[in-house]
Design a protein around this ligand. Structure first.
Ligand SMILES: Nc1ncnc2c1ncn2[C@@H]1O[C@H](COP(=O)(O)OP(=O)(O)OP(=O)(O)O)[C@@H](O)[C@H]1O
Length: 227
């Protein structure tokens, strides 16, 4: 479902370019939940950005659902990003003057689906699925951190992505809110959506099917095998 080969990323700098990694390989089947761990500064977020088509690799190739996205022009890449990938970050930002349901429906207004009633119905259902059905008309600022992160998952799912990328999604959450969020990510994977999550938290990683460390420019499976 997701495959990278010889993937490299170098951030340019006039004096000292930063070579984060130069040759990563990884294969993730559909519906697998992968936790990406490893020491700080080794390139986990960088890799997640590449997988999310938010940035381009300096070397190597990337396929998503059989399409080589690393070779696509900017417009096509943006279409892949919008249609196939959902994002959840450590601190999720919402549009303050829109209510929760409008925020979750927002990706639909930019996309193919311009039927606003259908968009709102879908947003409402997604919020219901994360236990926020009673907060549809609340402003994002009125929500707790845990509720906001769950709403972020609802928003990430709006365009029916095949891949959800999460960068330390439980970083600011307590144990119970982390559990709720991770349970939802687990359910997504079980329903066939591929999930890649960066985390520093061993307990969070335990919700995944597979734990991979990124260190010293290499991806290494927790069982010791090279990814
Ligand atoms: N835009 C940039 N320009 C230059 N260097 C960058 C840029 N973004 C990241 N880096 C560097 O790339 C390396 C990897 O950063 P990245 O944020 O991917 O690591 P990480 O493993 O996610 O770290 P952490 O666990 O602390 O979040 C770091 O040395 C960082 O300083």
């Amino acid at each position: 479902m997701l495959r990278i080969e010889g993937l490299g990323k170098r951030y340019p700098h006039p004096e000292r370019p930063v070579e984060v990694f130069s040759d990563l390989a990884l294969d993730v089947p559909r519906g697998q939940f992968v936790s990406l761990m490893g020491p700080s500064g080794e390139g986990k977020s960088t890799l997640l950005h590449l997988l999310g088509c938010l940035d381009r690799p300096s070397a190597g190739r990337y396929w998503l659902e059989g399409i080589e996205v690393s070779g696509l022009p900017e417009e096509a890449l943006a279409a892949v990003r919008n249609r196939k990938i959902g994002f959840v970050f450590q601190s999720s930002h919402f549009v303050d003057y829109l209510d929760l349901r409008e925020n979750v429906a927002l990706p639909g207004f930019y996309g193919r689906d311009s039927d606003m009633r259908a968009c709102y119905a879908r947003a409402g259902q997604l919020l219901e699925d994360v236990g926020l059905g009673h907060r549809l008309h609340h402003r994002p600022a009125a929500l707790s951190g845990g509720e906001r992160q769950r709403a972020a998952v609802a928003r990430a799912l709006f365009n029916r992505p095949c891949l959800v990328l999460a960068d330390e999604p439980t970083g600011n959450l307590d144990t119970e809110n982390s559990r709720l969020l991770l349970t939802r990510l687990r359910e997504l994977a079980d329903s066939g959506i591929t999930v890649v999550m960066v985390t520093h938290d061993e307990q969070a990683a335990g919700f995944a099917d597979r734990v991979i460390d990124l260190a010293a420019g290499e991806l290494r499976e927790r069982n010791g095998a090279l990814a």
